[in-house]
Write a protein that binds this ligand. Sequence first.
Ligand code: G7M
Length: 296
Amino acid sequence: MDHPVDLETLKTFEFDRILSESTTTGSIYLLGKLHNESAIIHLQRTILSADGASELVKHGLEEIKVFLDNRPYFSAHALLARSTSSLPDLQIKLIWPATEIHIAKYTLQERVMVSETAEKYAKVVVPYIESFPPDRIQWVYNILEGKKEADRVLYRDDDPSRGFLILPDLKWDQTSMTALYLVVLVQDRTIRSLRDLTRDHVPLLRRIRQQAFITAKEVFNVEPNKLRLFIHYQPSYYHFHVHVVHIDHENLSGMMVGQARLLEDIISLSILQQMTLTYALGVEHGLYASFLAASN
Ligand code: G7M
């Protein structure tokens, strides 16, 4: 039986170790067990919205403790008033049950740069992608088929080759517009990553760009020139998707040179199968050992 994700369940968490933490985002990934199954819990302080911040100072504080007083400079710790119920303190993300692949992904690790030629792609990456059990991207198919997150979908075109969906990314709680983060999932299940894109896909990419602009404006009142549209390589999931992110979003790790490629560039290039792609790879990544073996 599937246990619900509620306070009672979280209270049974048996902590094992910290996988990684970030001092810039104040977030931390914990590994442990819930009902005997591996679970990764991501805890992150929620971002303050611009309108909420002034209210918070005036009415939302219960106590402050000044720990530095060097007029005109002060620093203090503050406790939020209990009554500030409209402001959640934490955003919690949970992966449960978590696989070894999830654990490797969120474990702090050394990174190295790799250059992936078309030949290396065929020899190293294709077998890696094909080694995944199909249920690894079940979450994508559940969304495409309307079985999960249906109420969150903002745009849907069910055409099997031309269609795509737009919805808020798992990472975005929809409170702060400068943290806007949408994901576009294509209906075509044969495009595993940008490596599978050909000139024939350019019209699809153009439609994605146009519709992402329309949806962000209509639903969130965010202008096209405030959006960064990009594609990850390597992605975590081999079903083609596009990231649509507000330019003021400071998601530095997800937008590093090499890992993120602008949709705009991809549209104008269309020679992806022949390109050498250079990016950073964690040593825990499933591809690392194969790259090492292939370079000897
Ligand atoms: O690195 P990659 O390009 O593969 O990124 C996949 C994106 O999909 C990330 O930005 C995730 O936050 C997002 N994502 C992953 N999962 C499992 C889900 C999900 O279940 N729902 C939604 N809406 N987004 C997800």
